[in-house]
Design a protein around this ligand. Sequence first.
Ligand code: SAM
Length: 210
Amino acid sequence: MRKEQLLEGMKGRINPRVIEAMEKVPRELFLPEALASRAYDDTPLPIGYGQTISAPHMVAIMCDLLDLGEGMQVLEVGGGSGYHAAVMAQLIGPEGRVYSVERIPELRSWAQENLRRAGIKNVILVEGDGSLGLEKHAPYDRISVAATAPHVPESLKAQLKTGGKMVIPVGIGYQELLLVTRKDGFVVEEMMGVAFVPLIGEQGFREPGR
Ligand code: SAM
């Protein structure tokens, strides 16, 4: 599929700001070279280490639900290729920051290189267990989790600003994408069924074989 075709198909369903941000980010720079020609297929693709880059429509839906605005401080859990972080970085502009946590060191380094090649400067990549969030830069206006969790981690809830929003897939087997809004308490809305790789960590699932 061509990029224009892919983005055209999102019109009327996804906020135009999100489509515009996706127009600016070359997904081919966030894929292993052998898969670059499939960059605008609307599907997840393998990025090594048993992980995937999310499908473009999923990135669009998650960005749309988060309603990302200029200057926001965003935490991403599961940096992968860096693509989703790059789209969020466009949406929050140069005054905003995306802190993206990735547990696999090789992917963290590769994402860093991908973001450099794409000229994205407002994403800070951190290696670690994102199920615990990233206390150092908390609290966050928005939190985007790109791996499925057994439940919404308490650390992530604690690191969300009042008025803030988080998107997170929860469950194994059947997974539900949740939109969590912090008001006086937490309002949890079930948005849709999804398929993500597991969140492995202290407040996620156990590493296979451990
Ligand atoms: N957002 C990514 C992109 O645009 O390429 C796709 C993310 S991929 C679906 C999920 C990622 O979450 C994987 O790279 C995986 O290594 C990472 N992950 C799993 N558990 C994690 C944890 N506890 N902390 C940080 N990253 C984690």
